[in-house]
Design a binder for this molecule. Sequence first.
Ligand SMILES: [Zn+2]
Length: 298
Amino acid sequence: MKTIKELISEGLTEVAASREILREENVRRVYKQFPELKDIDDQIIGIRGNRLIAVIDKDEKLIRRYDIAEEELQTKRDRIIARNGIDPDFDVVKSICDKCDDTGFTKGSDGTLKVCSCRKRELEQCYELSGMSDYSSYRMKNFRDDYLGNAGSRKKIRNELLKAMLGISDGDEKSSLWIYSAPPQSGKTFLSVCVCKTAINLGKSAFYVKCEELAGLGSDTLESLKRIDFLLVDDFADSVTLYNNVGSILNSILEVRAAANLPTVLVTPFPKSELVGKCDMRISGKLSSARLISPEGR
Ligand SMILES: [Zn+2]
């Protein structure tokens, strides 16, 4: 499983090549329009070559002569540039993206890093690699407080999920495991996917997976789920853990993540007490100390 940071750094060579191409293109355009400038630049390059030889020969007099010659050419050059309104940095390598200087990340006013908008393609790719290829239209910006009514509660749940993802805790509770329990058809998957995408937008590694699909993941992916910054397991139910070894797979993931204090959210339509009572012993123990996110009155 590749993270957004890996995807961005893989793209850096490509970006550097594009920068160089843009620079060459810019220089070519300016030289074509102002051949006298190219002529001076060629002369400067020639003088620098000769000066280097003079330096090797330790010929101080000659070095001085070349320095004066270059100075004169530079003055001429500056004049041509100023007279014609040419960008003085036309031959300098420039960032393609002004917002992030091609690093792929921008810093918000509060100091948090965010993937720059110029890396949309990498973000989409990362969402897909992080279990969310079926949810391309799920975006936090489409989040509505009043979905199915109960605006206050829904917003509160969203904020609690975001806090869980960021590892922020209000009280003294130490558990890094959360249960997000809400009735069926209450928009749980939408919120879950959006929170995972937000994690990725903030440069974190995250994964969205439906509980029953854990059994179908490759061993490399399962290993990486133990170490990523944020994991969300949707459609969690005691019955699911009984089939295809899902219980044992999930248990070993939860164990490693708990030891490293990495936030994990189990999303379920069932009340916490019911899950604690019915689940596989090992998982049940972890659930009982888990923190709960749920709508009021549940
Ligand atoms: Zn950018």
